[in-house]
Design a protein around this ligand. Structure first.
Ligand code: CUA
Length: 316
């Protein structure tokens, strides 16, 4: 890594798209910088005071003004359209992704794989597979940046943000926090290991044979007493959660809400914010009683019994 490189290496499907847009911006900037600088220099010499009379005040010409307004407008709109296209692509994860949870805190990245494997400041992923990160912070604002993938997203306390990418090459790549988050912000770095899928499977299965994220979540679901009100056998106190994740929920007051990560989190920490239609606001808040990582495990469990799983059958 000692040799100088103008841009980071490219290791995701986004890299070529982002770089193409970047180089277009460089080319447009370089072109106009050159043309305008040359014109300034040329006119400064050609019309220098010692050889020229004092200039007449300039009169405006409609044609000229329209030209220098419309051409830059078209260039800017073209760049906007291209940028929006890349932006939408980067913000729309495919339906099938490997879901990995990330919790940022001063000053480390804690990462949890769906199979239960956990790591700190390292991220192991398989090559050629779309990976989606769901991220939150325990304290302040961080930002999760992998230059070789050209992806970066803020990691915020109190809510979830996501980013997705698909690595194209195996290898080791830098991972940075890119939001100044305190004294040791510059130490909040790590390594992304892109592995062959078989190697990833072996890695994820190796080490401590622990619970998967969803299984750990199910234990919490039982342990915290959620099952008392939220299982199909529990009667009418609270809505059961089988097959609910990913669906639209009818709420008291006529609104609806999508049952997603954010909704689950809010309903655990602030149950009265969105009460499901037909139920009383009797659930106690779990604010301050569940860590961010355990919240993510609960979500993994609720997701595993959600709408995407075979007609909501229970996973055991
Ligand atoms: Cu976390 Cu900077």
């Amino acid at each position: 890594m000692s040799e100088f490189s103008f841009i980071p290496e490219s290791a995701s499907t986004f890299a070529a798209q982002v770089d193409a847009l970047f180089w277009l911006l460089v080319a447009v900037t370089a072109f106009f910088t050159t043309v305008i600088s040359a014109a300034v220099l040329y006119f400064a010499i050609k019309y220098r005071r010692s050889k020229s009379p004092v200039a007449e005040p300039a009169r405006s010409t409609l044609a000229l003004e329209v030209t220098w307004s419309v051409i830059p407008l078209c260039i800017a709109l073209f760049i906007f359209a291209w940028g929006a296209d890349v932006f939408m692509h980067m913000n729309t994860p495919p339906a099938e992704t490997l879901d990995i949870y990330v919790t940022g805190k001063q000053w480390m990245w804690k990462i949890q794989h769906p199979e239960g494997k956990r790591e700190i400041n390292d991220l192991h992923i398989p090559v050629g597979t779309p990976v989606k990160l769901t991220m939150t912070s325990e304290d302040t604002i961080h930002s999760f940046f992998i230059p070789a993938f050209r992806t970066k997203m803020d990691v915020l306390p109190g809510r979830y943000t996501t980013q997705w990418f698909q690595a194209t090459r195996t290898g080791e790549y830098h991972l940075f926090c890119t939001e100044y988050c305190g004294t040791k912000h510059s130490e909040m770095i790590g390594t992304v290991y892109v592995m062959e899928p078989e190697a990833y499977d072996a890695w994820v299965a190796g080490g401590v044979a622990g619970l998967t994220a969803a299984e750990a979540g199910e234990q919490l679901f039982q342990g915290l007493g959620c099952a008392t009100c939220h299982s199909p056998q529990s009667g009418a106190r609270g809505p059961h959660l089988l097959g609910k994740y990913g669906t639209e929920q009818a709420l008291e007051g006529g609104r609806t809400a999508l049952f997603d990560e954010e909704y689950t989190r809010e309903s655990i920490l602030n149950p009265r914010a969105k009460v499901v239609s037909g139920y009383q606001p009797v659930m106690p808040s779990f604010q301050g009683q569940i860590s961010e990582e355990n919240l993510l495990r609960l979500i993994a469990y609720i997701k595993s019994i959600g709408a995407d799983t075979a007609s909501g059958e229970e996973t055991e």
